[in-house]
Design a protein around this ligand. Sequence first.
Ligand code: PGA
Length: 250
Amino acid sequence: MGERRKIIAGNWKMNKTPKEAKALIETLIPLVKTDDADVVFCVPFVDIPAAVEAVAGTNIQIGAQNMYFEDKGAFTGEISPEMLWELGVEYVIVGHSERRQYFGETDEDINKKLLMAFEYDLIPIVCCGETLEEREAGNTLSRIKEQILGAFDEVPEDLAVETVIAYEPIWAIGTGKTATSQQAEEVCGYIRQIIGELYGEETAAAIRIQYGGSVNAGNAAELFAMPDIDGGLVGGASLKEEFGQIVNYQ
Ligand code: PGA
């Protein structure tokens, strides 16, 4: 297995106004070490300018939580990848389970977003994960496979390798119920296997796969030590000083 650099991203969801975002980032900067891991704050759209300004001069990068899959046009209320790029955004979360669940995003939409993100040099953090019902019915791996094949349809190898995949079991998101490190590793390893089948061993060894779902300062070290887990996508705990401990988990 090659040397994959860890990536730890905060998904702020619909929290913090621009002023609050600036204050939180100023609190977090001295707590977050960026020597050994890429650190990304995925903030609400309107917070992006304040966030980009607040992280200037650090290695912390800013991400968005969504985007639309068209360049421009009559799509009231949507945000284009070019708009994000112009503001200095470097990552974009695509296909978070809350987008799938509450806003009806399909694997096809997610695939279009993935392809469009690359057009504007945005690195997608593409999410996948099973519901509790799917897990209990023994359908976790088949559901994950369906989501990964859907997301990566027609995505060429040179772009696929840049993508970050976040495995987020839906039953673990915001519930305080973390997947065990074995459960998380099983699925992340399986995702790497699917990427290997699609693109070959080299890409599989290089692509970064995060775990997300109730990551906190107490469980990060164990999760991130697993061979196929290259960091985390952190929701609730990314809004607190605890995020510093998660990033500095070693
Ligand atoms: P959580 O959210 O850490 O609050 O469970 C993770 C996510 O939804 O990205």
